[in-house]
Design a protein around this ligand. Structure first.
Ligand SMILES: Nc1ncnc2c1ncn2[C@@H]1O[C@H](COP(=O)(O)OP(=O)(O)OP(=O)(O)O)[C@@H](O)[C@H]1O
Length: 396
């Protein structure tokens, strides 16, 4: 049996990899200004507002260069100036290693010009760089796209997470060696969305034949996302659906390359958020979901609308679609299981009440939310209620 492991590092507001590795110093990428800049050279110069401006060198005075840019003339130190490729193709390059100059302004220029054409993915050799489009681009992820990437040589088609997943899958089959894909980047860069695409492709390649009435492993793995997001994601200033934990997904394949099992391990959950949330950020989605749980006579649709609105999932690429799929069955389970974990529910209720409200108000919330919370817990079928147990300890 072999594995494909997907490691999603939790995002931070600081330099964390992904997009940030393009910035100087994050990965020790020293950019030394070349000595072959002469009067008439086209160069990039650092600018406090635009990051980088391009212009022509008009005068060289020792270490100081006078550069004429489109909107202004800049005097800069030679060490802050980098050559610009005059033959840079207008549509950019798919692989950054093809750039004449692999320095920060060159890389950013390439990413920007591709992004302007809705090409959000670019390679640097076998590393895929994704720029968050902040809009749905369904044509990139359709089922026929997965068919296209199936078995295509790496680099033959446009850069895409499917190509990365396909390459890992084929390496695993060919070399019989487990593979790992690391997804890294700052908060809001698109790690979660990219990880979901990788999982989607691996499920497509290794999916078992459907047995009626039985959910396959890959289906379960994909459907676990909304549940994990409910317990580990929250709205932050950078991202309405920010994962406040790291995720290690292991997908196991049998000799025939079919998925035989899966494991998801989470780590580094941001526990402090449970007790302290600063405006306009929010606590974990589950608290808001639990309070939106259905009361007697509630219709599934109104319940689902309320949860989608509460959790702010409208702008999440596929969580809302997935939620609509699992919503009906969640709703049925909620209605069925009414009387479990009263103590735990009380603590969740106490916590929820204590988040913003005064003690008296908290008591009322406990009273009112107890039944709802009890129902909510049974949504997730988390056998040991690990998250809640953890929070219980902190609150207790
Ligand atoms: N490929 C994409 N297509 C469309 N929208 C995207 C894509 N990638 C990211 N987004 C948008 O950006 C939002 C943030 O992305 P995502 O949650 O994947 O970031 P992240 O890197 O996992 O952030 P964090 O570290 O805070 O969890 C998504 O909810 C979605 O709206």
């Amino acid at each position: 049996m072999h594995l494909v492991q997907l490691i999603e590092r939790p995002g931070s507001e600081e330099c964390g990899g992904g997009v940030s590795w393009l910035t100087r110093g994050c990965m020790g990428w020293d950019m030394v200004a070349p000595s072959n800049i002469v009067v008439g050279s086209v160069v990039w110069v650092e600018d406090p507002e635009a990051a980088w401006l391009d212009g022509e060198v008009k005068q060289i005075n020792g270490e100081e260069l006078t550069i004429k840019c489109t909107e202004k003339t800049v005097v800069a130190k030679a060490s802050n100036v980098y050559p610009k490729d005059p033959e840079f193709p207008s549509s950019g390059v798919e692989d950054m290693t093809k750039l004449a100059y692999l320095h920060e302004p060159g890389v950013l220029q390439n990413l920007k010009c591709r992004f302007d054409m809705n090409e959000i993915y670019t390679y640097t050799a076998n590393i895929l760089i994704a720029v968050n489009p902040f809009q749905r681009l369904p044509h990139l992820y359709a089922n026929n796209m997965m068919e296209k990437y199936k078995g295509a040589a790496f680099g033959e088609l446009s850069p895409h997470p499917f190509a990365i997943a396909d390459s890992a899958y084929r390496q695993m089959i060919k070399e019989r060696i487990s593979q790992a894909i690391l997804v890294s980047g700052e908060s809001g860069a698109g790690k979660t969305e990219s990880t979901k695409m990788l999982m989607q492709y691996l499920a497509f390649m290794g999916g078992q034949e459907k047995i009626s009435g039985k959910r396959s492993v890959e289906q379960k793995v994909l459907e676990s996302n909304p549940v994990l997001e409910a317990f580990g994601n929250a709205k932050t200033v950078r991202n309405n659906n920010s994962s406040r934990f790291g995720k290690f997904v292991e997908i196991q394949f049998n000799e025939k390359g079919r998925i035989s099992g899966a494991a998801i391990r989470t780590y580094l959950l941001e526990r402090s958020r449970v007790c302290q949330v600063s405006d306009p950020e929010r606590n974990y989605h589950c608290f808001y979901m639990l309070c939106a749980a259905p009361s007697e006579g509630d219709e599934p649709k109104s319940f689902m609308d309320r949860v989608t609105k509460e959790v702010n999932w409208e702008d999440n690429v596929d969580a809302s679609v997935m939620w609509n799929k699992i919503g009906i069955c969640v709703y049925k389970r909620l209605r069925k299981n009414l009387a479990e974990s009263k103590g735990m529910a009380q603590h969740v209720g106490v916590h929820h009440g204590g988040m913003r409200r005064e003690a008296k108000e908290a008591e009322r919330v406990v009273r009112e939310t107890r039944v709802r919370v009890v129902r909510g817990i049974s949504i997730c079928e988390i056998p040991d209620l690990h998250c809640f147990a953890l929070w219980y300890t902190m609150l207790g």
